[in-house]
Structures are given as C-alpha cells and as structure tokens.
Design a protein around this ligand. Structure first.
Ligand code: DGL
Length: 275
C-alpha cells in the first residue's frame, strides 16, 4: 500500500468527512454513534461484503485484503479521519494502516477496561468473533485492564451471521442465540458474568435478543459511544469533502435488502468500490 497524499483545499464551512469500514453491516452501529456525536459530518461507509465474514479468515490474507480495499476507499472518499469499525480487523491492522496513511485512524477494540471497572463479581463475558477471541491484542488488553477478573470467552461466527441477516430482514432465532450464549449462563448464578463485552460491532444489532437470554441485571457493553468520543477528540480541521453526500461503498454487488439496510442508517447513495 503506497502512502496516500492528502488534498489541501480548505473550506471554512465544510464539516469533516469520516470513513468507517467493516466486513458487512455491523460497523453501522459505530457509524450511528458518530452521527449522533457529529451531526455535521459527511459520513462514508465501506461495507466490504466481498470478504464477509472477517472473523473466520486467516490473519495474513485478511490484513493484505483490508489494506488494499482501504487504499481504494480512501482514494475515493479522501476522508479527514478513518474508523476501522470492526474489532476483528482493528486488532490486527492498526500499525500497518497507520504506516500507510497520514490520515488519523481510530480503531474499535474490545471494551475490556470499562467492563473490568463495572464488574462487581469480577467475572466478565467476552463475546467476539473467533479471530478476535484468539488475538494477542485481546490477551494484552485482558492482562492490562482485567488481571483481577475471570474472563469467559465466546467466539462465534454464527452470531455475526445472525446479526447481519437480521439487518437484511431475517428475524433472529432466539433459541440459536441462547445456545451460543450457553457457556455464560449455564452455570451457577454466582459464577456467571455480570458484565458482557460486545466485542464485535455486529452484536449491538442483536441487543434485544441478547438481553432476553441473560439475567435482567447483566450489563452489556459495546464500544460505540467511546469510539464516537475518540473521533471527536482526534478529528483534525476538515478539508473540503470529496463527497457530495453521505456515501456507502460496497466491495461486491449490493442486493436490494442491503440497500434497504444502508438506507436505514442514512446511506441512500451507494457505489461499488472502484478497482
Ligand atoms: N463486525 C466485525 C467485528 O467487529 C466482524 C464481523 C465479521 O466476522 O465479519 O469484529
């Protein structure tokens, strides 16, 4: 990936342009929080549907693919800031992506620190993709912020599929969700996690189904508001946007159901990513 030069045209009244990216539709949960925090921002969303799901891909091919697809998205959008709206990719790509571009990059990584702070029982549940669960980055977060906690881990690619399908119009099967979460809740009450980290940006799409499976006093934490706060903190002064309107880029053809889902998040203009 070559270094990407930033255009320098200034427009005093233009809002910032932010590019968020994920394998599919999950990163829209992050985009929605950014929109709340920065209503004046021009938002672009890369839905890398050609490579969905990320969570079962080997690290090396996923990283090479992501750097390539991001280079093309950055060229099209010319953002002021990039958000890797995906735990699976953020936990492997940040050093390489930051080396490849001068544009600031905000990652989305498992919210282990607030979970450890909020857990009274000192038992945390970590719900993520199989890739995120096994990453050294995730282990380092646990050692640094949750050394005093027991961390129960579930890595589920199936839950990602259920979340993506829900946004595409297929109702989530609660019995399947219950089965996936059984390792958290099929144990004595005092051995269950009281705080669960939604360490995949798809999972807030299933918040209602997830909450229905665990005890009512379980706390479910995702990274959305913290990421939006971080975006506001590190945003550089905006340049003139390359975009006429908010834009979704897909890496493969976009079906009608996906168009509908993107529109629900304010993304009516959709393009296939140029090669
Ligand atoms: N939404 C992504 C995450 O936060 C991953 C989904 C996938 O496996 O593609 O990890």
């Amino acid at each position: 990936m070559s270094a990407m030069a930033a255009p320098v045209i200034l427009a005093a009244d233009s809002g910032p342009t932010i590019l968020a990216a994920d394998s599919g539709l999950g990163g829209l949960t992050i985009l929605a929080e950014i929109r709340k925090a920065l209503p004046q921002a021009r938002l672009a969303y890369l839905c890398d549907n050609a490579f969905f799901p990320y969570g079962t891909r080997p690290d090396a091919s996923l990283l090479a693919h992501f750097l390539d697809v991001m280079e093309r998205a950055i060229r099209r959008v010319q953002p002021d800031l990039i958000v890797t709206a995906c735990n699976t990719i953020s936990t492997i790509c940040l050093p390489q992506l930051r080396a490849a571009t001068s544009i600031p990059v905000v990652g989305v990584v498992p919210a282990i620190k607030p979970a450890a702070q909020q857990s009274r029982r000192k038992i945390i549940g970590l719900l993520a993709t199989p890739a995120t669960i096994n990453r050294p980055y995730t282990d380092a977060l646990i050692q640094r912020y949750a050394a005093d906690c027991t961390v129960l881990k579930i890595g589920s690619a199936e839950l990602v599929e259920i979340a993506e399908a829900k946004l595409l119009g297929r109702a989530a099967d609660r019995a399947r969700v219950r089965g996936i979460l059984a390792p958290f809740f099929d144990r004595p009450a005092d051995a269950q996690p009281d705080v669960i980290v939604l360490a995949c940006t798809h999972f807030p799409l299933l918040r209602i189904e997830l909450q229905s499976v665990g005890p009512a006093d379980t706390t479910w934490i995702d990274s959305g508001t913290a990421v939006a706060r971080r975006v506001v903190e590190v945003l550089p002064p905006p340049r003139a946007s390359a975009l006429a309107a908010d834009l979704a880029l897909t890496s493969a053809a976009c079906e009608e159901t996906m168009r509908h889902a993107l529109a629900q998040f304010g993304l009516a203009a959709i393009e296939t990513l140029p090669t």
